[in-house]
Design a protein around this ligand. Structure first.
Ligand code: SAM
Ligand code: SF4
Length: 439
């Protein structure tokens, strides 16, 4: 038997890409590939790319440039680009970087085996269609081997919201929800393989409305179905849009014990003028009232968010409104970005903020976010949390896992195993993690 071919996948961007990379590796498994962590060993290199900000695409091109030597030394090496840069740039990638053999958009992964065969035959292989068929159903069925205790599961893709800064509606296409029975089947299979925590993924996951047995099911309905799976102990979901935070979902945060007290709910900005110009269709006030309702349902919930600073026409007063909102919410985690012009989106044509001013705002916002994050993490010291252990830590006999609030927790205890959920008392708060002792 010939040796298996080796596949090296590098994933950029969001968790949805992490899930897609897993599924692509599985699909290529049927073509005789096994994954390798070493780019030098690879027979195929696949970059699963992100197009959300400008630098991300440029990083892909410079990464591709670095493979020149490898390809010269191993002419059989195939190089592919997947993900949102592949979708947005299409053939342009092969023009700009001729060493690329294969380009596949996020909706065409199920065609990867055919594309790979075409590339192996020496042809350029390109597919950036938005096909009708369900790619998840067409993908090779998932393996049965044991795996780690946490998994992502994409339930919804695409977006119809068209925020003025964002490429997602163009690269991932219109919003589509997967039917509930397929998600539940996949979740059951993951649990059989050792998974104890599932994070449901979607660009607007709380807009989920997949077909269920009695018509469309909401995300809360899906969560309650997942709640019935024995052995599945924790459910999370990300990313949510404020406008799709329905009453049943808020209520589930108070009543579903498996639903973890953590919510990523991006607001982007605190100024109503900017929110309107972003086409966000919510105000700062409506967002704050929404958080009040969520906290009334689940008082200890840890909030996380996304922010864009330096959006076109943002003044210092607008930026102050963002700082005020952050002070009011106090996020346990938050991701903040400098506005990045995306050609083809409405905001790209507008008056841009001076880049130095935008940098300064980003630093000021991050200082406030970091202070809150620190205070919230430090306030865990002395408390008891439940930790799902995932893997050994850096020190011998140490295990690391995540608390309900998604804080990384490490415990010195050689009796702990990956997949175990244990009560832990937090004894110290470090730079990026908490230290605890088994109760
Ligand atoms: N659907 C999610 C929502 O509406 O909150 C966000 C998905 S997007 C992939 C992740 C984050 O990237 C956004 O929340 C936004 O903060 C950031 N982002 C998107 N486009 C951007 C741009 N042009 N410049 C800077 N940040 C951007
Ligand atoms: Fe992009 Fe999210 Fe807005 Fe959709 S809702 S356009 S994914 S930022």
């Amino acid at each position: 038997m010939s040796d298996p071919k080796k596949l090296f996948i590098k994933t950029y961007g969001c968790q949805m890409n992490v899930y897609d990379s897993e599924r692509m590796a599985e699909a290529l498994g049927g073509q005789g590939y096994v994954e390798t962590q070493s780019v030098e060993d690879a027979d195929m290199i696949l970059l699963n790319t992100c197009h959300i900000r400008e630098k991300a695409a440029e990083k892909v091109y410079s990464e591709l440039g670095r493979f020149k030597g490898l390809k010269a030394a191993k002419p059989d090496l195939k190089i592919g680009v997947a993900g949102c840069v592949a979708q947005a740039e299409g053939e342009e990638i092969m023009r700009r970087q001729p060493l690329v053999d294969l380009v596949v958009g996020p909706q065409s992964y199920h065609r990867l085996p055919e594309l790979e065969a075409k590339a192996r035959a020496g042809e350029k292989a390109l597919d950036t269609d938005f096909p009708e068929e369900d790619k998840f159903e067409k993908l090779k069925s998932r393996p049965k081997a044991k795996r780690g205790p946490t998994a992502f599961l994409t339930v919804q893709e695409g977006c119809d919201k068209f925020c003025a800064f964002c490429v997602v509606p163009y690269t991932r296409g219109a919003e589509v929800s997967r039917p509930a029975d397929r998600i539940l089947r996949e979740a059951n299979e993951l649990v059989e393989r050792g998974v104890r925590e599932i994070t449901l993924l979607g660009q607007n996951v709380n807009a989920y409305h997949g077909a269920g047995p009695n018509g469309d099911m909401t995300l809360a309905g899906l969560i309650w179905e997942l709640d019935k799976i024995d052995g599945l102990e924790r459910i999370r979901f990300t990313t949510s849009h404020p406008n799709d935070m329905s009453d049943d979902l808020i209520e589930a945060h108070g009543t579903c014990a498996k639903l973890m007290p953590y919510l990523h709910l991006p607001v982007q900005a605190g100024s109503d003028k900017i929110l309107k110009r972003m086409n966000r269709s919510h105000t700062a006030e409506s967002y704050l009232r929404l958080i009040e309702r969520i906290r009334a349902a689940r008082p200890d919930i840890l909030m996380s968010g996304d922010f864009i600073v330096g959006f076109p026409e943002e003044t210092e007063a607008d930026f102050q409104a963002t700082l005020d909102l952050v002070e009011e919410v106090r996020y346990g985690y938050a991701y903040s970005f400098k506005y990045s012009t995306r050609p083809g989106t409405p905001a790209a044509e507008r008056a841009q903020v001076d880049p130095a001013e935008a940098d300064d705002r980003l630093h000021r916002l991050q200082a406030v976010i970091t202070r809150h994050q620190r205070e919230i993490q430090d306030s865990m010291v002395g408390r008891e949390v439940s930790v799902l252990f995932e893997k050994p830590g850096r020190l011998p006999g140490q295990m690391v896992g995540k608390s309900e609030y998604l804080h990384a927790v490490h415990v010195q205890d050689s009796g702990l195993e990956a997949g175990q959920i244990t009560r832990v008392r937090i004894v110290a708060s470090g730079a990026n993690s908490l230290a605890g002792e088994r109760v």
